[in-house]
Design a protein around this ligand. Structure first.
Ligand code: GLV
Ligand code: MN
Ligand code: MN
Length: 415
């Protein structure tokens, strides 16, 4: 293994500089980020990262869904590149590390390799993919999904947010509707994504590196329950058709199903809107989302069937109509066995404790895994927090992860 190491201060410097864009301050010194996909803040973040790529002498290509790929050429221009990357969009109450770490550690790897005057055989690429979070424009991992050919470009451009704003229009507005066709014409030799764990397992077990074995299945559904608006004071309980009551029952049943099933099953209702949303009006309509995940596809389907059947039953009992719209549905993904081994061995050789583990969150690497051997490296999240402005990771852990990324990529780039 090469003795080369990344520069931790330079990595932290880039994380904090990018973290100034869409910065959110919490009452206890928390430093989070709001850079929702294709917002003005996302555009400013993109411009900054692209400028850093250019500063490193990388050529930057932007594709038709706004994914940006910086390339630093290797000694053999005919060899497929090794790609690093992740995303720089965040949820509205996100942290500085989710996604950003994988992109900025990629730049740090390139800079470290350049400073050591190494020229690996394969080109090194750093990518940031559009709308990984999917919080504004579902599905999540939208950009990498289009990149690999899993979703037609036109369909992705037609995705709209909850205000009816079209993704394609926003992409044009921020100047990131690029000219490179989607799906990509050629795929990398391998893809490696460094990411924070976003959960408590590494911290609990005092392990520094997660060698990620795969990503659990993800099921997102929007449920609309329609009843009848009525006066809150005058309408007897027996005459009500109240969609809020149906929604409330589904929320608690989602929790009950996940508890009953145990294992990796989780269930979340993260968004709920009532119409007309007034104190003295029985709502006519309630719209909410359900996020179900499991590492096992059969069990995920069981959870979906149980919850959706329950929702239909409750709506019928209340005299309400119900409709369901899938927002995202991805089966569990297993990463390439050789890539998992490589991450694990690299971490061990660098002297880090390492644990094999599945990912609870969705990641661009799960889409890249469809087209090339892909791997993920996890580092611990303090208190297991993410999608929270208190999200944090110790500098030593960030450095450990970035060094595992560096050595993993160097191995792949010399193959
Ligand atoms: C997206 O990254 C998710 O896991 O929700
Ligand atoms: Mn992420
Ligand atoms: Mn995220």
């Amino acid at each position: 293994m090469h003795h080369l190491r990344i520069d931790t201060d330079r990595l932290l410097g880039r994380i904090n500089t990018l973290g100034e864009i869409g910065r959110v301050n919490g009452p206890n010194g928390e430093w989070g980020n709001a850079r929702i996909a294709l917002s003005r803040e996302d555009a400013l973040g993109r411009d900054l990262v692209v400028s850093w790529m250019r500063d490193l002498g990388m050529s930057v290509a932007v594709d038709a869904i706004g994914n940006a790929v910086g390339t630093w050429p290797g000694s053999d221009p005919t060899a497929a590149p090794v790609m690093m990357g992740s995303h720089i969009d965040t949820v509205r109450t996100g942290g500085r590390f989710d996604g950003n770490l994988g992109v900025l550690a990629g730049l740090e790897v390139v800079e470290a390799v350049q400073q050591a005057e190494l020229r690996p055989k394969r080109s090194l690429q750093v990518a940031f993919f559009t709308d990984e979070e999917g919080a504004r424009f579902p599905p999540d991992m939208l950009g990498s999904l289009v990149y690999v050919g899993g979703l037609a470009l036109e369909e992705a451009l037609d995705a709209s947010d909850s205000d009816g704003v079209r993704l394609g229009d926003e992409l044009n507005a921020i100047g990131y509707a690029g000219s490179i066709p989607c799906p990509a014409a050629a795929f990398p030799h391998a893809f490696v994504e460094l990411h924070i764990e976003q959960g408590p397992l590494l911290e609990d077990e005092q392990v520094t590196i997660g060698a990620v074995t795969g990503v659990q299945g993800i099921s997102w559904t929007e449920i609309i329950v329609t009843g009848q608006s009525a006066h809150a004071g005058t309408t007897p309980m027996r005459l009500r058709r109240d969609p809020m009551v149906v929604a409330a029952q589904v929320v608690t049943e989602a929790r009950a199903i996940a508890r009953r099933m145990g294992g990796t099953q989780v269930a979340t209702v993260g968004r709920l809107n009532a119409f007309p949303d007034l104190v003295n009006v029985v709502p006519s309509r309630v719209t909410f989302t359900v996020d179900l995940r499991n590492t096992d596809e059969d069990r995920l389907q069981q959870a979906e069937q149980a919850l959706f059947a329950f929702a239909h039953r409750m709506a019928a009992e209340e005299g309400c109509d119900i409709s369901m719209k899938p927002l995202a549905r991805f089966e569990p993904v297993e990463f390439d066995a050789r890539m998992i081994d490589l991450v694990e061995k690299t971490a061990q050789v660098l002297g880090h404790s390492v644990k094999r583990m599945p990912s609870g969150a969705g990641h661009d690497a799960q889409m890249l895994a469809r087209v090339c051997p892909s791997a993920m490296i996890f580092v611990p999240s303090i208190n297991g927090l993410s999608h929270n402005i208190a999200e944090d990771t110790a500098p030593a852990d960030l450095a450990a992860g970035a060094n595992v990324l560096l050595q993993t990529v160097l191995t792949l780039a010399h193959e």
